[in-house]
Ligand binder design. Structure first.
Ligand code: HEM
Length: 181
């Protein structure tokens, strides 16, 4: 997993719970990297799992809910770090439609060793999109948060439902409908 995901995660934890909590979860997680990340480095996905579990124990918020709110935070962070990747889009559905074929393709050029999910589009209209998230990492609640923030970015809101196609969350169908103005 790319370092930018770790640095942004620890920034979110610092903003929401304070620097002491950052130190405590790093200490409790027994990390090969010792909690030292650079945005372009690459680290074991297990380190993120360990940090999420330590934070869950410390603040008593479920890992699912932590991932969901991290999705909100991460959309803003990625947009700031790489404005050129999202600035050509004029609608949230247009942006979501392009994750697989444009956005993450561009990300792969920026970070050749990025491990990205796939999004298979099942249906798309002007105001709705259905797609299947697939990733062995099962971070569909992170995807959920990213999608919500994507609508906010365009001053829009949406109704998002999801259905686990595989119990471990490695395949999840999202049905997304943009709310009327
Ligand atoms: C990773 C979804 C937009 C850059 C991920 C992951 C998810 C995701 C769920 C976690 C990895 C996994 O699940 O296997 C989305 C969604 C987006 C979006 C739903 C739009 C709403 C973007 C944008 C950028 C970006 C705009 C860059 C400007 C990345 C990077 C990673 C990532 C750098 C980390 C890869 C790694 O750790 O190796 N994305 N993404 N994504 N995405 Fe996206």
């Amino acid at each position: 997993m790319k370092g930018i995901v770790f640095t942004e995660f620890l920034d979110m934890v610092e903003n929401q719970f304070g620097l002491e909590t950052v130190d405590e979860i790093i200490e409790a997680s027994d990390l090969p990297s010792e909690g030292i990340y650079t945005s372009v480095g690459t680290y074991e996905f297990n380190e993120m799992v360990a940090l999420l579990q330590s934070l869950n124990k410390k603040v008593n918020i479920s890992v699912d809910d932590l991932l969901h709110s991290f999705g909100h935070y991460l959309f803003i962070s990625l947009g700031k770090a790489h404005p050129e990747v999202i600035q050509s889009y004029t609608s949230p559905i247009g942006l979501l439609y392009s994750i697989e074929d444009h956005i993450h393709v561009h990300v792969k050029k920026l970070y050749p060793d990025a491990e990205l999910p796939t999004f298979k589009i099942l249906e798309k209209t002007e105001t709705s999109i259905s797609m299947v998230y697939s990733s062995s990492r099962g971070l569909y609640r992170l995807a959920h948060g990213l999608i919500e923030k994507c609508f906010e970015h365009f001053d829009a809101t949406s109704k998002i439902t999801f259905e686990l196609l595989k119990e471990d969350g490695s395949e999840v169908k999202f049905d997304i409908v943009q709310n009327g103005q």
